[in-house]
Structures are given as C-alpha cells and as structure tokens.
Design a protein around this ligand. Sequence first.
Ligand code: MRU
Length: 341
Amino acid sequence: MGEGLRTLLFEGDRLRLIDQTKLPTELRYVMVDDEQTAFSAIRSMQVRGAPAIGMTAAYGLYLGLKKHVDLDKEAFFGELKRQAEFLKGARPTAVNLAWAIERLVRVAHEQRAQGVRAVLNALREEAKAIQHEDERACRTMGENLQAFIKDGMGILTHCNTGALAASQYGTALAGFYVAHERGLKIHVYADETRPFLQGARLTAWELQQAGIDVTLICDNMAASVMASRKIQAVMVGADRIAANGDTANKIGTYQVAILAKYFQIPFYIVAPWSTIDPKTTSGREIPIEERPAKEVTEWGGVQIAPRDVPVYNPAFDVTPHELITAIVTEKGIYLPPYHFA
Ligand code: MRU
C-alpha cells in the first residue's frame, strides 16, 4: 500500500483513520473529530507509528479547538494550552507527537493578534502542511535508502514502518516500495513483533498487498535466520533519536541490533528529521512507555498467561548508537559518529 490506502484522510474538516487494531482481518475506519477522539485513537493504538501519531495529534488539536471558536482570545489560548498538554500525554516515547503539537502551538501564537478564527485557519493549514511534508519526506527516505538496497537482498525488519505508520510509503518500508518500483527483487523477513504484533498484522499485510516478497518469522527466530545467511541488512524505523544517535524503537529492536553486530550484518535506522530530538543528549533520557499487562497476557480477548501474573511491558527499547551502521533521513544519510545537537 505504498500509494494506495490512506492511514489518515483529512476531508471535510474530519479526520478518518484506518483502525489498525482490526487489521489484517478487517479494514475498518475510525473518525476523529476533537482532541478526545484523537487521544483515544492514539492511546489505544488504532493509529500508531511515530509520524502517524504526530499527524493525528495535530489534526486532533485543530478539531478540538474548533469547538471553542466562540471563546474570547484569553480563554481560547487557555484551552489551546490544556489540549496541547493533554494530547502530548497520549504516548510519551515518539517525539513526533510533541514535535507536531509544538509546531501548532507556535503557529497559534504567531497568529494571536489576528483573532481566534484566523488562529484556527492557521492551525488547520499547519496540520495539513505537516502531512504534506511527511508524504514528501517518506518518498525521499525511500529513495535515499536505495544506497543500501541491492538486487536479491534479504532484509530483516521489525515492527511496522510502512504506509500505515505514516502518511504514505512509511520510512524503512518506503525503501522497499521504491526498490520494488525500480524492479529490484528483495526478500523481506518481518519479525512478528510481540506483544502487539505490528510485524505479523501490519507489515506482512502491507507488503503482501504491494506484491513484495515477505516471510513472517517469530521474534525468537531472528538469530537462526541470520545464521543461515538469509539476511544481508536490517532496516527499521525509530520513535526518537537522541543527539548522539541512540535510537528508541519498538521493543525488540535492540536485540536485533545486537544480533546484526554478531553476524556482521549492517543495521540501518530510517526516520524523518522530526524523529530526531536534539534536546535529548543520549538514549538514557528517552522516556519509555509501559503498556498494559493485558497486551501480554491476552490475545484477541483470550487469556494466554496465568491470571494476575506480574508483567513488565515496555513498548520500546533503545539501541545504542555504536550498533547503528547509518541513519537515513529525508535530508540525507548520516554515518557515525552521530551529532544531531
Ligand atoms: O508502538 P508503535 O506501533 O507506535 O511503535 C511503532 C514503531 O516502533 C515504529 O518502528 C516507529 O514508529 C517507526 S514508524 C515509521
């Protein structure tokens, strides 16, 4: 679905999202019409992936504030502050969410003198601009990643970094779509990505729809697949990249990076510039979201672990910069040593 289905569709002042919790068995949509519905779509992971949650929060902020068009300026800006903080709290790790909200807040303050209606117009246009920029950035990342994709390659990926996670194409998967368009034959190995199964449910589905060769493996098979020389590169996305290159991504990415080092397989991060957080100096400062125990102890409402067993469920881990061969963005390819400050 490089160019096909749209994860986010903003039309007629409403935001329609593909409900990713229902894939791959059902293609259903969820509507966002204010900050509350945006928050719950992000928190429940109906929409997920760093760029997609940033865009959803931006539209959610605009739509939420639109309901307060009749407030006086002082009260409207109070509401802006409240909703911005509320939306930022939906998920803490992917910096794209706070980045998008802060962009809208800045624009609102720039337009303050023009009055509430002008501020609302500016917020809507800024949210749309973020989406258009993301579309272009994804395509460019895909093109930039061709420097590392060769015909016949086996590529391991983790989680979902495709069109579902962004506006179009995605990040690492953008590279696979571009390679496919150019007639290269690649074979993708998708980690299932426990516990939320973004690899099994979303990446396998997206790539299959696009006609790209994909084989689904369980997370604990990565070493064995690498040992059998089926993988020539690992390509994954990111939720936050610190100034020194340390990278937070879906839980399990770190162990894949360690394996890649052991097997001397290059390990690439592909992410838009908005995922780089120069204010965070190293991975130690990146807040890691912990998700509910039920995501581990149940699947599809079926209990798969003893009731009340203690669970630790961090949604992300941090891959230290020394394990990363290159960071590919829309602005170009960055090689170690990384300095994003
Ligand atoms: O918890 P998720 O599904 O939102 O986590 C998503 C990831 O970790 C992705 O790899 C990352 O956001 C990059 S998406 C282009």
